[in-house]
Design a protein around this ligand. Sequence first.
Ligand code: ADP
Length: 485
Amino acid sequence: MTIQLNDSTLLKTQAYIDGQWVDGDKGETFAVTNPATGEHLADVASVGADETRRAIIAAEKAMVSWKALPAKTRSELLERWYSLIIDNQEDLAVLMTAEQGKPLFESRGEVAYGASFIKWFAEEGKRVYGDIIPSTADRRGVVVKQPVGVVAAITPWNFPNAMIARKVAPALAVGCAMVLKPAAETPLSALALVELANRAGLPAGLFSVLPGINAQAIGGEMTSNTIVKKVTFTGSTPVGKLLMKQCADTVKRTSMELGGNAPVIIFDDADLDAAVAGVLVAKYRNSGQTCICANRILVQEGIYDAFIEKFAAAVKGFRVGNGMDADSTHGPVITEKAATEIHAKVQSAVAEGATVVIGGQAGSQGACFYEPTILTNVTDKMRVFREEIFGPVAPVFKFSTEEQAIAMANDTQFGLAAYLYTENMGRVWRVSEGIDYGMVGVNETAISSEVIPFGGMKESGQGREGSKYGLDDYLETKYICIGGL
Ligand code: ADP
């Protein structure tokens, strides 16, 4: 076996449907590879529309008794699942680094972060309140919240554990059932997660995991099947738009966590060291492959040269390598294709006049590596300003005034996360309220946790994950009029 686990039974390669580990109907499989080494890790069952339909039917059946349970009983299952995830944190982290590439310390962090959503919603699921509305003397309006129904989830490869946890935890907590299609690059983390749910006592059918390379077949069934009442998706904006269109035919509710184009705005009055430290994390974590990654570094002219100097010095200290090696600070990107696309964006910027301060080419460690890169002399016409880079490339732009910074920040169809560094309290409020983003980090870039509402505006999506608001995406609001009083 190429992945060394303490508990080797966490390496699952079949689909998990209606409480059973099964092969795909046609016996098809797809290969999972380690992006750091190119090593073949596993052949995983590839399912299609028929298996997806069976999982959806099983989910509908399982939901009947699940939603009737007291919230406290559902919470107990989630608590047990949480404990098992924490007990197996190291194995889950090793699986994740093997299939996704991020350094082991980041994988451990993600497993803990994912688990925190399960714990949070185990607690929060007990607090689904309604209202009583006094209208006239002889009637009352009662508002109750009920589970939305069977939920279908589609998740990406950049956070193979946490993007699943923060969808399935609120869904199960309020009484829904879920069918999930994980990304084909990273199915092993998803399958290990559901195995632990199974050990925690998950009722059959309540949470099925459907790995597959034919995303259109699985997604097509999920979005057209009338049993499914809600589709929750994290991934790219084009696929999100497609799924929303597909969901329109049966008027499904949707939650969409899509692409970002996060600005980090650094003003002359910023704490320079804090700004450099913040950008390093916001830009290069997960090798730049997060939807809240800093995409555009906007630096005011008075601090620009000092920023570039300190920033470049810090990036020179990175140790890029296999995420399994304890001294690697940064791993590969997900595929060779991703590395090629990142390089095309850099080359197009350079062709239009950008300067490479550091990096600017494929890494020597393997086919999926790209050197941490800083670009200057960039403009708002370039692809690196307009498009999500999703790689370790930091274009640094210069601005003069606060108004100009706000205009540049808003000059995008995206609106997920933004960051600003300033010591001026008036500016903190003006800029935070003036930029169109779902999340704003002020003098801080590590903004995400289970207690906050994560989500975007504009073409970055709709719905919020985490926090007390995260339950809303899985609840229907029902009004009951009680008359004749
Ligand atoms: P990324 O750039 O992160 O790979 P994608 O949006 O392509 O973003 O993928 C996110 C998830 O959406 C993955 O699980 C992928 O398999 C799935 N996906 C991609 N295309 C479709 C589709 N047409 N229908 C359903 N799911 C899809």
